[in-house]
Design a protein around this ligand. Structure first.
Ligand code: G1P
Length: 278
């Protein structure tokens, strides 16, 4: 494929999930609009995408999440659109809702409830774009080394061949496997690049883990059809955090406060003051 055709400028952000594990907070507030320090989770995700050169973003919302497009109306640096996923049938179905918007271009998918920390000048998601543009990949996934005991919470992938640039070709993906079925310690971490051919495979995807249409299974069908799929691991201190549960939300919230450019010292003082002696 010619390089120009592999340049990604559009991103799809699925944000239709119900957030039931964060009730009652999510009764009237979209999970993705909960703050991490001074900004909603979703604004941190959008800022990340803008920093990697994305110019157009599509939110896939549910009917009750109209606050999201309102918040991002006239957001600097990016054109924002949205579409409504009428029924929550899984991540693959959410991505399919963006087919018309994507209009045959390659695109990024960023989960709206997950943030990835940046150390150094470029965000890890830039490496997904680099990998997509500079290899034969038709899909690229950010992955994070994760204890096997936690594999039932993630999509897990198997590295087939590393190249010299700290990334690898994938030959197997399993969504939320039991620990004994986990193909490696690499868990899918919420950022994906796709050739638009993915829609063809989403349409062929049967219900998977949890009875939902899983994007991990659609990528598995791409692999089975001979389409190259690559993994880009998080490195060093880089870490993905989601806000799916109260413990993970607390961790993401505190990490945001403790790295706030203006208020980190105050946050740190509060943390030490509140710590109860053992
Ligand atoms: C989704 C994906 C899974 C991935 C996870 C974290 O799961 O289906 O493959 O590992 O996000 O990015 P969910 O957290 O929506 O259950």
């Amino acid at each position: 494929m010619a390089q120009a055709l592999k340049k990604i400028r559009k991103a799809v952000i699925p944000v239709a999930g119900k957030g039931t594990r964060l009730l009652p907070l999510t009764k009237v507030i979209a999970k993705e609009m909960l703050p991490l320090g001074r900004k909603p989770v979703l604004e941190i995700v959008v800022d990340e995408l803008v920093s990697t050169g994305i110019t157009d973003v599509m939110f896939v919302i549910s009917e009750s999440k109209s606050s999201i497009p309102v918040y991002f109306m006239a957001y600097p640096g990016v054109d924002v659109s949205w579409t409504v996923q009428s029924e929550q049938k899984g991540l693959a179905d959410a991505v399919l809702c963006a087919e018309e918007y994507v209009a045959g271009e390659p695109f990024l998918v960023a989960l709206g409830d997950s943030v990835i920390s940046q150390f150094g000048p470029r965000h890890p998601t830039s490496r997904v774009l680099d990998c997509f543009e500079n290899t034969d990949a038709q899909s690229v996934i950010i992955v994070q080394k994760t204890p096997r005991a936690e594999s039932h919470r993630y999509g897990m992938v198997h590295p087939k061949r590393w190249d010299g640039n700290e990334r690898f070709e994938i030959d197997l993906l399993v969504e939320k496997p039991a620990v004994e079925d986990a193909p490696s310690e690499y868990a899918i971490a919420g950022r994906y690049a796709f050739d638009p051919c993915v829609f063809e495979f989403i349409r062929k995807t049967p219900p998977g883990a949890g009875g939902e249409l899983q994007i991990t299974d659609s990528i598995g069908l791409m692999l089975a059809d001979g389409r190259p799929v690559w993994g880009v691991p998080l490195m060093g201190e880089e870490i993905r955090r989601d806000i799916g549960t109260f413990p993970s939300y607390f961790e993401a919230f505190m990490a945001a406060c403790l790295s706030d450019p203006e208020f980190a010292a105050i946050a740190s003082t509060i943390c030490s003051r509140e710590q109860k002696p053992e």
